[in-house]
Each structure stands twice: as structure tokens, then as C-alpha cells.
Design a protein around this ligand. Structure first.
Ligand code: BTN
Length: 281
């Protein structure tokens, strides 16, 4: 089990051409997304990884917390020059990369059931119960032409946290250790994630949308959901039907109206009751 994520170890383990080839490893920082933004001459593909974050950021202004050395906490820099509507492709490919890496690496003899929950959660499903093991945080900035000049993709993956160290979170959490009972090789996981991410980024950069693959992995689709709006307000209940090319979620309410959800917390309430369409209300 390899736990050392220093420069030399990571460079030797990587299969990538450009992603992670510029690499910084720090023992402790506030947030890797913020540090990567402050890394002035960082080239596209730069990766910054921390063993501990004192101010790790999650979506919707939440905190992301993990004990030192327990997790993968890192950020990767892209310079996509894509239309801004495609920003969500980065969240999609990051989630897909983590799912693929977990399946291939964490327990190869009996792959974990890793899936995605809209919009940015990586879940492990055990005994029918999905639990969150990773999250993706996307920070973008636009150039003068309105295109995406810089995108920082932050990934937090709960790796070797024992069950009792899992943080309190709105979505029930887990870790790869808690799910498998095995200590995990963080280096192999990091190399697998970056390898997948480079491949998926190149496909997206060539204009191939990751949405179809994302939809396949989204356990949200086809489920009865409750969407709590980001800023508070009336929750929406309905059935999550599909996503849009911008990555929004389309939810049909009990009266048949289709709602476009751009942000918010989604609680899964299970597959809809086919005998009782109003059950999704
Ligand atoms: C979420 O699920 O809300 C997103 C969590 C993202 C956490 C990662 S950890 C590395 C990077 N740096 C941060 O401050 N946040 C992201």
C-alpha cells in the first residue's frame, strides 16, 4: 500500500502526458483550489495536492474536512477556452474519472459500485444505500471573449478514513476504507484518477460531450427526488428525468410540469411508484 504522494513517487506512478506533470505536494494549506489559483505561472495540467486543508471548501459554501493524510485532496488546472455553457463538462469528467478509478483500483477483485449523484457527488452503493465518498468543486474564470480561460477542478476523496472519523454531512458519507475494510493505496488511486481525467478531458476538448456517459452513472435519474433550493425556499418534489447539455437537472413534478434545476441539494427518495404517479409529489 503506497501512501507517499511526494513529487518523485507521483511522477513515477503517473501514466499521463501532461496532467500532473507540474506537481506540488504540501503538508498543510487552507484550500488547494485557492493555492492553485495563487500559483502564478502554473501551466495547464498543474496539480496541487495537500495532506491537510484547514479551510477546505465544498459546494454551496460548505466546508470539506478530512484528517491529515487520510484522503486525496487536490486540485487540477485546465485552460479550456470552451464556451462558458460547457463549464459543467469539467464537473462531469471529474466525477467520471473518480468513478472509473475507484472501480478499477479500490477492490479490483470485486469492484465497488461507484456512481454519481447530481451534480458533483461520487457515491458508493452498498446494500442499496448510496453514501458519498467524494466531491468535486469547480472554480472558473472567464476571458475577455467570454470563454472559459481557467478552470480549477478540486477533488476531495475519502480514502483511508475509518468510519468513526467520517464528517457530519448533509449526504451520508463513507470512505473507501469503510466500504472495503481494506487500507487503500492513495498513490494508485491518484494515478488512476489523473489518467482517466486526462483521457476524458482530451475527448471533451475535441468536442465530444461527456453528458451521455455522465447520465449513465447518475443514480439520480429515474428517482423520486426532493430538491432543496441553494438559497432556501420551497423544496421541489418530483422525478429526475434527465440532464441538459449545460448539466442542469430536469425534474417533473406531480402535476406534470418540468423544472430545470441549476443548483441545490438533491435528496433521493427512491424509484418512483409506477402505480401511483402522484407518489413523486
Ligand atoms: C463538495 O462535495 O461539496 C465538493 C468538495 C470538494 C473538496 C475538494 S478537496 C480539494 C479541493 N480544495 C478545496 O478546498 N475543495 C476541493
Amino acid at each position: 500500500m503506497r501512501n507517499d504522494l511526494d513529487r518523485d513517487a507521483v511522477q513515477a506512478a503517473l501514466s499521463t502526458r501532461w496532467l500532473g506533470r507540474a506537481y506540488r505536494h504540501v503538508a498543510s494549506t487552507g484550500s488547494t483550489n485557492d493555492d492553485l489559483r495563487a500559483w502564478a505561472d502554473a501551466p495547464a495540467g498543474a496539480v496541487l495536492l495537500a495532506e491537510y486543508q484547514s479551510a477546505g471548501r465544498g459546494r454551496l459554501g460548505r466546508r470539506w474536512e478530512a484528517p491529515p493524510g487520510s484522503s486525496l485532496l487536490f486540485s487540477a488546472l485546465f485552460r479550456p477556452n470552451w464556451p462558458v455553457e460547457q463549464a459543467s463538462w469539467l464537473t462531469m469528467i471529474a466525477g467520471l474519472a473518480v468513478v472509473g478509478a475507484i472501480r478499477r483500483t479500490a477492490r479490483p477483485d470485486r469492484p465497488l459500485d461507484a456512481r454519481l449523484k447530481w451534480p458533483n457527488d461520487v457515491m458508493l452503493v452498498a446494500d442499496g444505500q448510496p453514501r458519498k465518498t467524494a466531491g468535486v468543486l469547480l472554480d472558473t474564470s472567464l476571458g475577455g471573449d467570454g470563454a472559459l480561460e481557467r478552470a480549477i477542478v478540486g477533488i476531495g476523496l475519502n480514502v483511508n478514513l475509518p468510519a468513526e472519523a467520517l464528517p457530519d454531512a448533509p449526504t451520508p458519507p463513507t470512505s473507501l476504507l469503510a466500504a472495503t475494510g481494506r487500507g487503500q493505496d492513495r498513490l494508485a488511486l491518484l494515478a488512476a484518477i489523473l489518467g482517466e481525467l486526462e483521457r476524458l478531458y482530451e475527448a471533451a476538448d475535441a468536442g465530444r460531450s461527456p453528458r451521455a456517459a455522465w447520465n449513465v452513472e447518475l443514480l439520480t435519474l429515474g428517482q423520486s427526488v426532493t430538491v432543496s433550493p441553494a438559497g432556501g425556499g420551497q423544496p421541489l418534489r418530483g422525478v429526475a428525468e434527465t440532464t441538459t447539455e449545460e448539466g442542469y437537472l430536469l425534474v417533473r413534478d406531480g402535476e406534470g410540469f418540468l423544472h430545470t434545476v441549476t443548483a441545490g441539494d438533491v435528496t433521493l427518495r427512491g424509484a418512483p411508484d409506477v402505480d401511483n404517479p402522484a407518489a413523486g409529489r
